[in-house]
Design a protein around this ligand. Sequence first.
Ligand code: ADP
Length: 367
Amino acid sequence: RKRIAVLTSGGDSQGMNAVVRAVIRTTISRGCEPYVIYEGYEGLLKGGDYIKRMYWDDVRGWLALGGTLIGTARCAEFKERAGRLRAAKNLVQAGIDAIIVCGGDGSLTGADVFRAEWPELLKELVNSKQIQPKDAENYKNLNICGVVGSIDNDMSSTDATIGAYSSLDRICEAVDYIDATAQSHSRAFVIEVMGRNCGWLALMAAIATGADYLFIPEKAPNAKEFGDKMCKIVARHRENGKRKTIVIVSEGAIDSDLKPVTANMVKDILVERLGLDTRVTTLGHVQRGGPAVAFDRLLATLQGVEAVDAILSLTPETASPLIALNENKICRKPLVDSVKMTKSVAEAINNKEFAKAMSLRDPEFIE
Ligand code: ADP
């Protein structure tokens, strides 16, 4: 019987619990044994009680809950070969040769590094007599499958990451709250939202709340004319009788010189050039909070089922899959390619030539 383990790693997101639930129950349905690994890669390195057999009832009520009940961590040691060697030993000792990793691009990069190294790690464990040669033969291949849990929606090759729509919902709710007070006092609010290198949350929130202006990493404003366009647009909205101003700033926003655009910089401009009574609100971790919205529950469940089926259909020749969503269909993509593409997008955004080219592109997102 195959033992399939699931772990959550990197930043938490709503819907991770639904993934774990779906993986565990599907594994049982397919006649296999499900395991969880607590605390992401940290638990893999610790082994022992951190790797636990799970049963159907263990995940009752997990579908909607935010965060991850099996814990997540950032684990520096897993980035080192010595750490991964220990992880390999723990997995072989627990009799597990398939892992479903639910995390962001960092976690999935780590998973792929681990998979590629696996035969070498086993050889080293046999040579140093930490495992038996027959174990190395029995666990020849490590089967890995990635499911993307991230509020940022920053993974290439999938249309939506698990948690992104819940987080977007939290942001919209918060902006709606702020709207009322902004309107009352005729104030401007600069709202910083999460997203790391990716402006998806900020862009979607700006559209969904009808914000006046927006700063995202993918469209750097021209450093030499910083704030000019925003002021022109905000001033026009005010002339048209609007009593409130909402500007959304993505946490990774940069200008065409790649300098960070901060909420405070934007606030100072609104105060100094337009004389607006302006406040900054950093939404912070409330964006990760609360239950998963229906879309994330569905996505997590469908992708959890597909992840187990992908693991069971893997042959030594197939590349590790990443479970994606493309045009509303759940599908499998090569994990390595998705990770590579995601990296190259991040590199492009942090390239001066690209930033300059984007800063010259019109029209503005929100006029
Ligand atoms: P996310 O998965 O949300 O992008 P991180 O980038 O922090 O979060 O990655 C989570 C964990 O994945 C790291 O703490 C580390 O243990 C592992 N990891 C990330 N990158 C690598 C890598 N290049 N090699 C091995 N492990 C990695």
